[in-house]
Design a protein around this ligand. Structure first.
Ligand SMILES: NC(=O)c1ccc[n+]([C@@H]2O[C@H](COP(=O)([O-])OP(=O)(O)OC[C@H]3O[C@@H](n4cnc5c(N)ncnc54)[C@H](OP(=O)(O)O)[C@@H]3O)[C@@H](O)[C@H]2O)c1
Length: 259
């Protein structure tokens, strides 16, 4: 009887999401959307304390519980500790969104071993560290959702984008292989490819003219917004997506079909 009661209490506890890189841009919209859907959301950020603080205060004013933690994806132990903290505090992680990414934009001929390691540590190795913590937990709980934010550069060649593109291709491949292993255990794993989203991150490798060109070539007639991406992430974490496994969903207003 006691066991049944504690199981029931456990099921009634609020669902918990962990989002990497949630203080700005696409990650912030994902945090907002998941919090609005009823999740307690823990997000990591790298250095911008003010943006992280704003996120948690805004959520607090709406009566939502959003928790910011400074963790560097570059350090696998650090991100694993983030997952451990959430699991020990909340007792569960229902949703993992691997959003944070970093690279050095330059022609491949000028890329060094250091640039390669930086990009693959932040983007791929951190995902390995997080999933090694989160997957056994989801398996034991009987399910969960994982979404990776990829990019068009996983499949297309974009100037100065080789390291980031290769790391995103590795992530998309991992998503397919993890889906093969875990779909039967009710863990839903997919990736999302946003079109060009005008975040601070994207200003680094695009200028106004190139953004205008993408806007003009996009069949939907506008650039993708952070909220467009967040809505699809939320859908992939919903029961309606329970038969979508190992897919890459493109959210770009149709740019990829013509661009
Ligand atoms: N924007 C686009 O057009 C576009 C298109 C396709 C794919 N994407 C993908 O979408 C994702 C988000 O991009 P975005 O443009 O929204 O990025 P962004 O505006 O630059 O925001 C990046 C977020 O990640 C955090 N972050 C950066 N490095 C980190 C690290 N080493 N460890 C932990 N957190 C870190 C930042 O924290 P701080 O605030 O502390 O710096 C911030 O919260 C990325 O995976 C990107 O590749 C973006």
């Amino acid at each position: 009887m006691e066991k049944q009661l504690s199981q029931a209490t456990n099921e009634n506890m609020q669902r918990v999401a962990l989002v990497t890189g949630g203080s700005r841009g696409i990650g912030a919209a994902i945090v907002d959307r998941l919090a609005a859907t009823g999740y307690v959301v823990y997000f990591s950020y790298l250095q911008n304390h003010e943006a992280a603080d704003d996120m948690t205060k805004r959520a607090g004013r709406r009566g939502q519980r959003v928790v910011a933690r400074q963790h560097n994806n570059r350090d696998a132990d650090d991100v694993a500790a983030f997952a451990d903290e959430v699991l020990s505090t909340e007792g569960r992680i229902d949703v993992l969104v691997a959003n944070a990414a970093s690279t050095v934009f330059r022609p491949y001929a000028h890329a060094t071993d250091k640039h390669w390691r930086w990009t693959f540590d932040v983007n791929v190795r951190a995902f390995l560290a997080l999933t090694q913590r989160v997957l056994p937990h989801m398996e034991a709980r009987g399910g969960g959702h994982i979404v990776v934010i990829s990019s068009a550069g996983a499949r297309r060649a974009i100037p100065s984008y080789s390291l980031l593109g290769a790391s995103k291709a590795a992530l998309e491949s991992l998503v397919r292989h993890l889906a093969l292993e875990f779909a039967g255990r009710r863990i839903v794993i997919n990736s999302v490819v946003p079109g060009l989203v005008e975040t601070e991150g994207v200003q680094v490798f695009t200028d106004e003219a190139s953004r205008r060109l993408v806007r003009q070539r996009t069949p939907a007639g506008r650039l993708t917004s952070p909220e467009d991406v967040a809505g699809v992430v939320a859908f992939l974490c919903s029961p309606d997506a329970s038969m979508i496994h190992g897919q890459t969903v493109v959210v770009d207003g149709g740019y990829a079909i013509v661009g």
